[in-house]
Design a protein around this ligand. Structure first.
Ligand code: TAP
Length: 501
């Protein structure tokens, strides 16, 4: 890895930046059949970066056909696992080698702080591909415990063609989370990135091809959800939809499946995640810094953002005081390309207006605004919102219930452990939760009682690549991302029952 993150290195790289803005189908960059394009913007300035091919159902069909041809030909699924492993490891190496370029694309298009893109998002993407690659020749299938006159094998086989439809908040990471398990298990993939963030995904696909992934195995169709996204969802020759995005759109994919070929559907959806702080915690400084990071990392545009602080009344004010001091010192908002800053722009004007709408209604309802609560840096033309904290939020308030997907934290006090658990679970979501306590019994009791796919104790985290990630209730459906558990929904179980003579 040769890239370093300095202002000079960023400026030099931007001068030489070339956007991949066509669809990537069957190993080639091609325009949309219709010739249509859509603009992609820098949300920190409001300026157009480039025009991207707007794929429609015709392009999706071409991509699915290419993927099916590649699958049937066995150019990928037919390789020895060790060969797939070698190609995927080269793919991961190329992502590492292009770390700064990919981080800049992520930052420019999504408004994300470059430091996070460079130090977290792109390394995580490479690591996910590499870790999955390593599993290729290490996982075994099974032989069933049948009677002696039978041999029955239970094997995992690839599904065929996977459609991956993705969100804009972690464009590269989400591609990695889908491609890693989909490719290592032998599938061919058609990716539709969010229309707001196609550029890093297109470059990643090109790097995959350069690494040796055969034509047709990895295709990218940029476009709108209502056209390209729907076309993938409705396509009769797609075997699985691997979707990350909102619960509302996730539901649509279940409808598409039901209306067409009963394709498998795996959904990673929204969250309204609690951070529960018990009164026995001794280190409020550490709790404060983690609570802030959980709420505001990636400007709160994070499915697992801890957007509800459920804190014992006896320590609430002390914790909030510490949080306000740290917020002022450590959480500066500004140019996403400044490596010193931790907060960038929200993804687009419509989304910023939505976030400000939640804030305005909370103010109008008389909730106590502790800090933030407004658009800032408007003179830049970018979509910046100050990190915002509301205190004493009733659990039925809109900002305590809805996923805002912005830098807004609702503080909800409690008096008893039972009340804390009830508040934590009082949501239609169940993606992630944090629990803070110095008492081991409290930790065991409460982490069991909280209904969420991941409960992080005395930290905030989505785990790492070794642990499954996904949601209870309306946060997820049909499988988990990450770890070997992710392989399950990318494969079918094949029983071969052999009667011996
Ligand atoms: P969505 O609006 O749901 O969009 C996700 C993807 O679906 C985009 O590619 C979108 O295309 C496409 N889409 C939109 N409408 C569609 C339709 N009618 N048919 C088919 N496809 C359609 O989500 P978002 O705003 O990009 O991302 C934010 C959401 O993602 C939040 O709820 C967040 O919690 C969730 N999220 C969850 C996770 C995990 S791991 N659980 C991780 C990240 C984000 P367009 O770009 O054209 O709209």
């Amino acid at each position: 890895m040769t890239d370093t993150l300095t202002r000079d290195a960023i400026a030099q790289k931007i001068k030489r930046l070339e956007y991949r803005n066509l669809a990537f189908i069957d190993g080639q960059f091609v325009p949309a059949r219709s010739g249509k394009t859509f603009p992609t913007l820098n949300p920190a300035t409001g300026e157009v970066l480039t025009e991207v091919a707007a794929c429609g159902s015709e392009d999706v069909d071409l991509a699915v056909q290419a993927a099916r041809r590649a699958f049937n030909a066995g150019v990928w699924s037919g390789l020895a696992p060790a060969e797939r492993k070698a190609i995927m490891k080269r793919f991961a190496d190329l992502i590492d080698e292009h770390r700064l370029e990919l981080a800049i694309l992520e930052s420019l298009e999504a408004g994300k702080p470059i430091g996070e893109c460079f130090n977290v998002d792109i390394p995580d993407t490479a690591n996910t591909i590499r870790w999955n690659a390593e599993t290729a020749d290490k996982l075994y299938d099974a032989v069933a415990p049948t009677a002696p006159d039978v041999v029955a094998t239970v094997r995992r086989e690839p599904l065929g063609v996977v459609g991956a439809v993705l969100p804009w908040n972690f464009p590269a990471m989400m591609v990695g989370w889908k491609l890693g398990p989909a490719l290592v298990t032998g599938n061919c993939v058609v990716v539709k990135p969010a229309q707001l963030t196609s550029l890093s995904t297109l470059r990643i696909a090109e790097l995959g091809h350069k690494a040796g992934i055969p034509a047709g195995v990895l295709n990218v169709v940029p476009g709108l959800g209502s056209t390209a996204g729907q076309a993938i969802g409705m396509h009769p020759d797609v075997d699985l939809i691997a979707f990350t995005g909102s619960t509302a759109v996730g539901r649509r994919f279940l409808e598409y499946s039901a209306a067409t070929n009963l394709k498998r559907v795996a959904l990673e959806l929204g969250g309204k995640n609690p951070q529960v702080v018990m009164p026995d915690v001794s280190d409020l400084k550490t709790v404060a810094s983690n609570v802030l990071a959980s709420a505001f990392w990636n400007m709160g545009e994070n499915c697992s953002a801890g957007s509800r602080l459920v804190v014992h009344r006896s320590i609430k004010d002390a914790l909030l005081d510490e949080m306000l001091v740290q917020l002022e010192a450590d959480w500066k908002t500004g140019d996403p390309l400044d490596p010193e800053l931790r907060l960038g722009a929200l993804i687009q004007k419509d989304h910023m207006d939505k976030v400000l709408g939640f804030i305005d209604r909370a103010k109008a309802a008389g909730l106590t605004l502790l800090t933030g609560g407004e658009r800032i840096l408007e003179e830049t033309g970018g979509y910046f919102v100050a990190p915002t904290i509301f205190d004493e939020v009733p659990r039925d308030a809109e900002i305590a219930r809805e996923e805002i997907f912005g830098p807004v934290l609702a503080v909800i006090p409690f008096d008893t452990e039972e009340e804390a658990i009830a508040i934590a679970n009082d949501t239609c979501y169940g993606l992630a939760a944090s629990l803070w306590s110095d008492d081991i019994s409290t930790v065991h009791r409460m982490s069991k009682a909280i209904r969420a796919g991941t409960v992080s104790v005395n930290c905030f985290s989505e785990g790492d690549i070794t642990t499954p990630f996904g949601g209870y209730k309306q946060s997820g459906f049909g499988g988990r991302d990450k770890s070997v558990y992710a392989h399950e929904h990318y494969t079918e179980l094949k029983t071969t029952w052999i009667k011996l003579a």
